[in-house]
Design a protein around this ligand. Structure first.
Ligand SMILES: Nc1ncnc2c1ncn2[C@@H]1O[C@H](COP(=O)(O)OP(=O)(O)OP(=O)(O)O)[C@@H](O)[C@H]1O
Length: 493
């Protein structure tokens, strides 16, 4: 029987914490720092390799044969050793999981067979795990890697608000305790609905995809494949695109002949959702009260009836919904029904506006621009990024509030790549300057000089002559001109 010494127990406890810590939370950094303490002098990049080597060495030392079996570990220590073995497996196979995930994105909706399935099975078998346990950990590791890559790569930005968002998305998938999630909730998350709030273009849809594609998918040891492709596990519906008459048909489906124009059976979004999947209801703020009641029934009874049918159909997926209406509006009079609202939001996630992100971290704009240009061009393109940045600084200035958020930034990038200019006309230029000034005044962050210079520049853009600016402000013409030029200089740095 294998029993851990106190020192071994301390080490394996740290390893358990590391494997199950939220990689996007600060607590993860604290654990890494404690692990780093075990390897003084190790470089950050090699820390994980050093840790795996140490975990493997300490696991080997538990048995004279060098290969500890989980069924030979004392009950008290079993959990810790099991976690350490899973940790070892996870890091040994991590790159192969990543390659599988990338190939699956390209392959689309057919689930690929797992080329390393036999090797992975042999790893677990040799350590005394049952086939059920092997399948469980395959599914868990696959899910951990998917969630990590999706959240990290689709939602960039290092502002605090953005880091908090990534942390919250991870918790939405795995709860705050992955150990307990893996034991109890892994295949029982369908009742955990999520409401995503945020202004238009902030990334609500992107956040929804990240969590919708990160759900649990069982592993089938006979086919040596996951039971379905994660690209199939996310179905979305933009509710604002449909007139009220068609909305329920899009949600619940309809039978042929249910209404004029229903020439054949139609599957709604609830029916198209796979059992391990999630439906994304975008722009939920627009949904009428009677449809709220029907959706509430689906959430409560997990059943729905297509329009024109009497047969109830089961819905197993998760519901993720989003709206750009502010929280006070959707909870106040004229907002959602209370019962619907509470059923819908086991978790509420707020995606921050771009202006808040830039206020927190001025580097945010650069990070996003690099990401956006790279996506458009297909590779890093510093010349393009610098050019777009230069136009933004010159035409919009540092306080532009980005009312259309990241989507506007993308649009701006496209337009600058084509025209080397973002602003379409004097009107839009003036509007953007007015917005920036109003924003500065609202937040009480403008000194008198910037306010005067900005106001003169705004009038100049509107009326086009120094004389008009002087007449309106009561300044003499030369002073007005000086302020306008000072403003332009400040903008271009
Ligand atoms: N943090 C981010 N990092 C990288 N790209 C982002 C980020 N946030 C948003 N995007 C990109 O911005 C665009 C708009 O995002 P998305 O459609 O998810 O916003 P939305 O909030 O759902 O918009 P709407 O309110 O109009 O439905 C997408 O192309 C998305 O990839």
């Amino acid at each position: 029987m294998i029993r851990l010494t106190d020192t071994q127990r301390l080490f394996f406890t740290l390893v358990s914490e590391a494997i199950y810590a939220n990689p996007f939370a600060e607590e993860r950094e604290a654990i890494d720092t404690r692990i780093a303490g075990l390897f003084p002098g190790a470089r950050v990049e090699s820390l994980i390799d050093e840790t795996i080597r140490e975990v493997s060495a300490r696991l080997e030392a538990l048995e004279p044969s060098g290969r500890p079996r989980i069924d030979r570990v004392d009950k008290k220590d079993k959990n810790l050793v099991e976690n350490a073995l899973v940790f070892e497996f996870f890091y040994l196979f991590r790159e192969r999981f990543d390659a599988l995930i990338h190939r699956q994105v390209e392959a689309g909706d057919t689930s690929l067979s797992v080329p390393f399935a036999d090797e992975a099975h042999a790893f677990f078998q040799a350590r005394g795990f049952t086939t059920d346990q092997f399948c469980h950990y395959m599914a868990l590791c696959y899910q951990l890697r998917r969630a990590f890559l999706l959240i990290r790569d689709s939602l960039v930005g290092e502002s605090r608000a953005m880091r908090n968002l990534r942390r919250d998305l991870w918790n939405n998938v795995f709860t705050h305790d992955i150990g307990l999630y893996a034991r109890y909730l892994i295949n029982r998350m369908e009742d955990f609905s999520t409401l995503i709030l945020g202004e238009t273009g902030t990334g609500k849809g992107t956040a929804a995809i990240a969590i919708g594609r990160s759900g649990y998918i069982p592993f089938d040891p006979v086919r040596k494949a996951f039971t379905e492709s994660f690209t199939r596990t996310f179905v979305s519906l933009n509710l604002s695109q449909y007139p009220e008459t068609l909305l329920e048909s899009e949600l619940f489906g309809h039978k042929k002949g249910a209404f004029t124009g229903a020439v054949e059976d139609h599957k709604g979004v609830l029916e198209r959702c796979s059992p391990n999947g999630a439906i994304f209801l975008d722009e939920l703020g627009e949904i009428p009260a009677h449809t709220q009641i029907k959706l509430l029934q689906v959430l409560q009874e997990r059943q729905f009836t297509p329009v024109g049918s009497h047969l109830k159909t089961r819905f197993n997926g998760r519901v993720i919904a989003a709206t750009n209406r502010p929280f006070e509006e959707i909870t106040g009079t004229g907002g959602f029904r209370d019962d619907f609202f509470y059923r819908l939001c086991s978790d509420i996630i707020t995606v921050p506006p771009l202006r808040v992100r830039i206020e927190e971290d001025p580097e945010e704009l650069t990070t996003l621009l690099n990401h956006t240009v790279k996506r458009m061009v297909g590779k890093d393109s510093p010349e393009y990024t610098d050019m777009v940045r230069e136009v933004i600084d010159r035409q919009l200035g540092a306080h532009y509030p980005w009312p259309g958020n990241v989507r506007e930034l993308e649009q701006c990038t496209r337009r600058v790549l084509i025209k080397k200019s973002y602003l379409l006309s004097r009107n839009t230029e003036e509007a953007s300057l007015t917005e920036a000034l109003t924003h500065g005044v609202r937040n009480g962050e403008m000194d008198l000089k910037s306010l005067t210079c900005g106001y003169c520049a705004m009038l100049y853009r509107r009326y086009g002559t120094y004389g008009d600016v002087a007449r309106i402000t009561g300044l003499d013409r030369r002073t007005a001109k000086k302020y306008i030029e000072e403003f332009a200089q400040e903008q271009t740095g």
